[in-house]
Design a protein around this ligand. Structure first.
Ligand SMILES: Nc1ncnc2c1ncn2[C@@H]1O[C@H](COP(=O)(O)OP(=O)(O)O)[C@@H](O)[C@H]1O
Ligand SMILES: [Mg+2]
Length: 396
């Protein structure tokens, strides 16, 4: 394949290793400076310029977009996506992962363990927010920090309030997060490629530091990950839309607590700690996926007027319970079932013989009008207002 590594650091360890791994496997590889692209929307089709000239054809890209250039970098990646060039990490995935709040919001509905987190703006809401995550000591995080910079441990509520106020006064948004003291300055970094963890390490903070980042002097050692850590890492990366990711997890009392998902994980620490060819695993994965550029499924499937995607619920005691998919009237009603979600498992392309169970969620494509009546009622978080009594209210 012909691969472009998008990076502003051609001599950094990770870039050199990725490049070498690609060359070793006989691929054609170029390191292109992300900031030298020009997004070209002047012609009939989306196009890209590089250093002022039309870019030649590539089969795949590997974006390594630094934090300081997220906006431009993701715009370039999005342009490659429009041109059907394969990328393991989409522009959306990169933006979602970059913002710690956005990442936590997206993961929060998927049953992934995370440290209790709150986000508030008004001064009066800070103290209750700190209490909600368990009080001091409490962790305060800048939304877009990396390498441990912008992660602060406040020993007391008063100090936390002062720090938050100071940061907000300079227009910086911060997260308030429970301090997971049981992980004692240690965390796990799992490197996810595709749908598996290819390498994992434990990082231990230096001295009395609580941040275990390598850039903060943390030391690294290889670990064999328990299955629940592996699953949490892979699912987090998948949900974020990243096929190459470094997932950071604290070792909580009840299992893994995902802190963040990095879309451009550094390779030096993890390759040194594990002696594994992580760069090679990334290149091999990309080579295997080149034929499958990212498709925005919902958008593509919604182009036919009146048709779209919806998730239908098999109600308890409903008609579908115990029925074979082929015996339901879904096909007759022009509804195709793409996947069946059952608890934490997914049945892709379910067969006609698949027997439906109460609580199954069917991801369907079909006529929206036909599906409307079968869409589950919106989840209510709290009881609705009480019904009026049957009798008229007394008037005076
Ligand atoms: N809630 C927390 N409880 C305990 N330690 C934490 C917590 N959040 C972060 N840390 C420590 O701080 C480090 C950096 O935090 P992280 O959210 O990964 O930010 P960064 O993007 O700067 O790496 C983590 O690797 C971990 O060692
Ligand atoms: Mg981190």
């Amino acid at each position: 394949m012909k691969l472009a590594i998008l990076s502003r650091a051609p001599r950094a360890y990770s870039t050199l290793r990725l490049r070498a791994a690609a060359e070793q496997r006989g691929h054609l590889v170029r390191v292109l400076n992300t900031l030298r692209f020009g997004i070209d929307l002047t012609g009939d089709e989306p196009d890209l310029q590089y250093r002022g000239k039309r870019l030649s054809d590539y089969d795949a890209i590997l974006p390594r977009i630094g934090n300081s250039i997220t906006y431009f970098g993701t715009a370039v990646v999005r342009q490659f996506e429009q041109m059907d060039v394969y990328t393991p990490n989409t522009a959306n995935g990169i933006s979602n992962a970059r913002d710690k709040l956005r990442a936590t919001q997206i993961l929060s509905r998927h049953n992934i363990g995370m440290p209790a987190t709150t986000f508030v703006r008004n001064r009066a809401d800070v103290r209750p927010a700190i209490e909600r995550v368990g009080g001091a000591p409490v962790v305060i995080k800048l939304l877009e920090g990396t390498q441990g910079i912008g992660v602060i441990l406040a020993p007391e509520v008063k100090v936390a309030e002062a720090i938050i106020e100071t940061l907000q006064s300079t227009n910086q948004n911060v997260l308030i997060q429970r301090f997971v003291s049981e992980s004692r300055g240690r965390d796990i970094r799992a490197l996810v490629v595709g749908d598996r963890v290819v390498a994992a390490m434990r990082r231990t903070a230096k001295g009395d530091e609580f941040r275990s980042n390598v850039h903060r002097g943390g030391s690294v050692e290889a670990v064999a990950l328990p299955a629940e850590y592996e699953q949490a890492a892979v699912r987090s990366a998948q949900i974020m839309g990243l096929r190459v990711a470094g997932v950071d997890m604290l070792e909580g009392a009840d299992g893994p607590l995902v802190m963040e998902v990095n879309s451009s994980p550094g390779l030096e620490g993890i390759e040194t700690a594990t002696q594994l060819d992580v760069a090679g695993a990334i290149v091999d994965y990309i080579a295997g996926q080149v034929a499958f550029p990212e498709i925005d499924v919902r958008q593509r499937l919604s182009v036919s007027t009146g048709y779209g995607v919806a998730e239908l619920l098999v109600h308890n005691n409903g008609d579908f319970v115990g029925q074979k998919l082929g015996d339901t009237n879904l096909a007759e009603r022009d509804i195709t079932v793409l996947t069946v979600h059952r608890g934490a498992t997914v049945i892709p392309n379910p067969k006609r013989s698949t027997v439906l169970e109460a609580g199954d969620r069917l991801l369907c494509f079909g006529k929206l009008e036909e599906m409307r009546s079968m869409i589950p009622e919106r989840r209510r978080r709290r009881a609705k207002v009480r019904k009026l009594p049957a009798e008229a209210l007394p008037t005076d």
